[in-house]
Design a protein around this ligand. Structure first.
Ligand code: ACM
Length: 674
């Protein structure tokens, strides 16, 4: 009797501890989480209150919280189920007005105390309250009879004030409604900067009333009107998110020159560039007329975007057109600018002076770093962590994007391991470290369309959001993946299509055939990594409707399978896990027979045939290895050799896709041969 009571108590204690570490399945993990006893019941009696400083966007956010809660739980809640602060299920208190516009200086801290009686959310500012509301929603989970939020005390604030997501709307135009739902997702993950890469060689995506030929001739007719931009910035402000505009200059500017060839360093004519990569057309930084243009253009754009910062790009300037222009080279000599780099620094200084007149601070990619520039600019490091530390050492503020390129199709764990304060930054003085403002994830869209943007960005971007919000010692990758799976479902409920589009795209590829066997294959595929796909020379007109476009950047099936196999090889897999491994291998072995007729009938799917065949052979090899391992028999000498030769071939990319279960099965074969 005593023993069983003790055991129950011990179990309860262990359970609490586990729940404490994991609970509340939050992402990003708050700065401080103290689990407590019990839970707050969430049912039809849910009431909310707002007290203290109030403003319309705070009330609107709270109303959306109620709507999301109703959708998440199915509880029939009125639009505004108001209660007295002392009795409300969720009592929100905001102390004061924050910054008038979303700002780097915003206080985003909040405190959320959930007891079995009530949840009390207190924040200094409306934006802090918004961050806390997202945390509250993440706590709500179904129980046997109703819904509940576990009792907990959360004291939270971001580690970095600059937590951004770059969306490249130039390579592929991304419609406003897609941007809006991504802003919703950003708010859920506690991002606070949407960085729009508005112009590049392949498109100029914003209406200029002053220079209408820019968007009329440089955008194929797909651009944002100024009204749309104002509404978008308002939508972001309602969620405590800044909108940072980037006009990439003086390289990456072909689309500008279609309507304004006089800005270019060579006479033209120019056409919108359809290929990806680094191109030669470059703004003529030597002509005074160029700066007259920018006086007017930047005045227009500075007034349109409320943010205090303005990004001028500055990356990958290919100086060929400068070098070939005798007048530009003479200008460099006369002004003692040394070389083309000196000319770019001169150009940046001129732009910076214009932006300053409009109250803007300049941001640029790390190539802009030059001792001639004033210290109030921000450097965005994309070429490595070294340049971030170098900027901080020279007195510049900076933020990190190196390691956060979502278009490279790396797993969430790879991004998660990159920390702005690691590597070269680790040796900075405290003052230098304080110049590191945070970082930005980057979603470049060479191979991404409006249809695939969500799935290329989420849920992996949430892992980067955690790196930028949570304390530096939050590094447990297994915990991250468990919580990432949960926030991924939350994002579905917000209207993101990162999960739903997968099935839709697979079904489209399969045509009238059942999609199940195609999904078994697709579940273990990932797009080829890095820029390999670009080497096959796709263009802006290449359709993005192939299996590689449907395949997820990170295969959960393969990752989970690899984890089980690792435990199997180490001898720690449970009986259930061993059964699952066998079932998976068998389902792969048997899949090709069902999938082959589907592939044959589809023009788009024929390229996947070798992958499907190989998956069957990988499954068969894995099952043989498993049989050897479990029976304790040693395989004959050539068996392992042949399987390993095959597996090394099967891990090559085909149709820009990788079979992600080859590596774990190879481990299994090696283990069987030992
Ligand atoms: C960049 O990726 N060129 C900023």
């Amino acid at each position: 009797m005593r023993i069983s009571v003790l055991l129950t108590a011990a179990c309860a204690f262990v359970f609490q501890q586990a729940r404490g570490a994991e609970m509340p399945g939050l992402m990003p993990l708050p700065a401080k989480v103290s689990p407590a006893e019990g839970a707050l019941r969430i049912d039809q009696t849910f009431r909310i209150s707002l007290a203290g400083y109030g403003e319309p966007r705070l009330r609107a956010y709270a109303e959306r919280l109620v709507a999301r809660l109703a959708r998440q739980t199915g509880l029939p809640l009125p639009a505004w189920p108001e209660g007295e602060p002392a009795q409300a299920t969720l009592a929100i208190r905001c102390e004061r007005a924050g910054e008038p516009a979303p700002s780097l200086r915003e206080d985003e801290s909040y405190r959320l105390e959930v007891t079995p009686r009530q949840a009390i959310l207190s924040a200094a500012t409306p934006v802090g309250a918004m961050r806390g509301m997202e945390t509250f929603l993440q706590l709500v989970a179904p129980e046997r009879e109703s819904f509940s939020a576990p009792a907990v005390l959360i004291d939270d604030r971001p580690r970095f004030p600059w937590r951004g997501l770059v969306i490249d709307v130039a390579r592929h135009y991304i419609p406003v409604e897609v941007l809006e739902r991504n802003i919703d997702a950003m708010a859920a993950a506690k991002y606070n900067v949407l960085h729009l890469h508005i112009s590049d060689d392949q498109g100029f995506r914003i209406e200029s009333k002053r220079f209408p030929k820019l968007h009329q001739m440089g955008s194929d007719g797909v651009f944002y009107t100024q009204d749309e931009i104002r509404r978008l910035a308002g939508y972001a402000r309602e969620r405590g998110i800044r909108v940072l505009p980037e006009f990439d200059m003086p390289g990456h500017t072909t689309s500008w020159f279609v309507g304004h060839p006089e800005l270019a360093s060579q006479p033209g004519p120019y056409r919108i560039e359809r290929h990806w990569g680094k191109h030669f057309p470059t703004i003529d930084a030597s002509r005074e007329e160029t700066y007259e243009f920018f006086e007017a253009f930047l005045a227009e754009m500075a007034a349109l975007f409320p943010d205090e910062y303005f990004h001028i790009g500055g990356d990958e300037v290919n100086p060929k057109h400068w070098s070939e222009n005798a007048r530009i080279q003479a200008f460099i000599r006369e002004r003692k600018l040394n070389d083309n780099q000196g000319l770019q620094a001169y150009f940046n200084r001129r732009l910076q002076a214009i932006l300053r007149k409009h109250g803007k601070k300049m941001v640029g990619w790390d190539e802009i770093l030059h001792p001639d520039l004033p210290k109030d600019i921000v450097v965005q490091s994309w070429r490595g962590q070294k340049s971030l530390a170098a900027a901080a050492r020279q007195g510049y503020q900076g933020m990190l994007s190196y390691g956060y390129y979502l278009d490279l199709m790396q797993p969430a764990s790879a991004h998660y391991r990159i920390d702005p304060m690691d590597k070269d930054a680790a040796s900075l003085t405290p003052e230098e470290r304080s110049r590191i403002l945070g970082g930005e994830a980057c979603m470049w869209t060479e191979n991404v369309s409006a249809e695939t943007l969500d799935a290329r960005t989420w849920p992996r971007a949430a892992a980067i959001a955690e790196r930028l919000w949570s304390p530096q010692d939050v590094t447990d990758v297994d915990s991250m993946y468990r919580r990432l799976a949960r926030i991924s479902r939350h994002l579905d409920w917000l209207g993101l299509t990162h999960n739903s589009s997968y099935r839709i795209m697979l079904q489209r590829l399969a045509g009238d055939a059942p999609v199940e066997s195609l999904q078994i294959l697709a579940d273990v595929l990932e797009p080829v990594k890095g820029y390999v796909r670009n080497r096959s020379n796709p263009t802006q007109q290449t359709p993005l409707n192939r299996l590689v476009d449907a395949a997820r950047p990170e295969s959960d099936t393969a990752r989970e399978f690899a984890g089980r196999l690792e435990r199997l090889v180490a001898g720690t897999a449970s009986a259930g896990e061993r059964r699952e491994i066998r079932e998976k291998l068998a389902s792969w072995r048997d899949n090709h027979a069902r999938l082959a007729p589907v592939l044959e009938r589809s023009f788009l799917l024929q390229e996947a045939e070798p992958l499907s065949k190989d998956l069957a052979a990988v499954g068969a090899a894995g099952l043989e290895a498993l049989d050897y391992l479990e029976s304790g028999k040693h395989p004959p000498e050539p068996w392992a050799k042949e399987r390993l030769v095959f597996l090394d071939q099967a891990k090559q990319q085909r149709a820009h896709l990788l079979l992600m279960v080859v590596a774990p099965v190879r481990q299994l074969v090696e283990a069987a041969a030992r």
